[in-house]
Design a protein around this ligand. Structure first.
Ligand SMILES: CC(C)(COP(=O)(O)OP(=O)(O)OC[C@H]1O[C@@H](n2cnc3c(N)ncnc32)[C@H](O)[C@@H]1OP(=O)(O)O)[C@@H](O)C(=O)NCCC(=O)NCCS
Length: 324
């Protein structure tokens, strides 16, 4: 029994209730992450029958689901979760393929992105539109903040002014972000890194929306070069559970790399999280980004799991027959 594929909009209100309880418990158990705020939004839109996406259903039971959102030319698969008892690669692939197919058929969609943490196993998937699919392995890392590790202060600190985030720096931060990710593998995974306008939208999403946790202004830091007065690095953070901080962004301007700027920012950010009661910090990183992984490992982060970032670019909907 693979389950019958249905659109989320066809499900009766309340159908995702048990699945979302199980998913919330899995996020807490495996990632120290409070999924409840995201689950509440999914529940609300699913109950209003306005959420795009698909479910695998058997009788009255929902075995798994995946939801989608679209933004201009881009489609996103926001989440995909199959209940543990039913979790198979085949079911995950059916949900994935159904989402890609329905997004690809939407007018104007050229690109689809998905980063799904709780899949059965990270692997390239034989999904629909595989000619346009690129898969990048990513890692979920975690670091214990209790007891507080005795990290040395870097020499860089004496040449930097490190300050908390403020929205008046939004545009300058967007410029730094686009500059830092020019030609970087992560800008293939998230096309918002490819332009200053995209970077602005990325920052708005991090600061104003709860998708990646609640933005933590105290632990989100900007580094200014004391000699030039220019913004040279930032480390942004959010709270994903009362006891867990999450680093959502670290970047340093290319001309200032290798001088301990990221290290100094992260030490201060993790210290702020610890002072605010966090026992853990997590982050995600692309496996090909060896420089960043080396920095995180040196700070005590360890890999908890791998997952796939999938991108379908240059989507062209299949040609339709004359009468279809
Ligand atoms: C990854 C990135 C943020 C690193 O920034 P950086 O300022 O160059 O990093 P640092 O100088 O702080 O660290 C570089 C090295 O010095 C070490 N280091 C720095 N200060 C140190 C200190 N006080 N004590 C011990 N080691 C230190 C780091 O561990 C790292 O080791 P390595 O040389 O073996 O790699 C930067 O390359 C960047 O912006 N890349 C593009 C964006 C990106 O990839 N972001 C991460 C996405 S997950």
């Amino acid at each position: 029994m693979v389950g019958e594929l249905k659109e989320l909009r066809e499900l009766a209100p309340g159908s995702l209730h048990d699945l979302l309880i199980e998913e919330t418990a899995a996020w807490r158990r495996e990632l120290h992450w409070d999924f409840e705020p995201s689950a509440a939004l999914v529940r609300q839109f699913a109950d209003e029958q306005t959420l795009g996406g698909h479910a695998l259903v058997s009788g009255r039971e929902v075995l798994g689901y995946a939801y989608t959102v679209s933004d201009n030319e881009k489609g996103l698969i926001g989440d995909l979760f199959v209940r543990e008892q039913y979790r198979t690669v085949e079911r995950e692939n059916r949900l994935l393929a159904a989402c890609v197919d329905s997004l690809a058929k939407m007018r104007g969609i050229r690109r689809i992105e998905a980063q799904i943490l709780l899949l059965k196993a990270p692997r390239p998937m034989p999904a629909a539109y595989h000619d346009q699919l690129q898969v990048h392995e990513r890692q979920f890392l975690q670091c214990a903040l209790r007891p507080w590790p005795a990290w040395p202060s870097g020499a860089a600190q004496s040449r930097l002014d490190i300050d908390s985030w403020h929205s008046r720096y939004h545009d300058e931060a967007a410029r730094l972000l686009a500059d830092s990710y020019d030609g970087h593998v992560d800008s293939q995974i998230n096309d918002q890194y490819q332009s200053i306008g995209g970077a602005r939208r990325f920052l708005t999403y991090l600061v104003d929306y709860p998708g990646c946790g609640a933005f933590d202004e105290e632990a989100s830091l900007l580094a200014w070069n004391r000699d030039t007065g220019r913004l040279v690095g930032m480390c942004l953070a959010s709270r994903v559970a009362p006891e867990t901080g999450h680093v959502t962004q670290v970047c340093v301007s290319p001309s200032m790399r290798g001088r301990g700027v990221a290290f100094a920012l992260m030490v201060d950010s993790l210290r702020a999280m610890s002072a605010a009661g966090c026992s853990h910090c997590s982050l995600t990183v692309t496996s090909a980004n060896r420089k960043a992984i080396g920095l995180y490992e040196r700070m005590g982060f360890v890999r908890k799991q791998s997952f796939a970032a999938m991108v379908w670019d240059g989507i062209r909907p299949p040609r339709r027959g004359f009468f279809s």
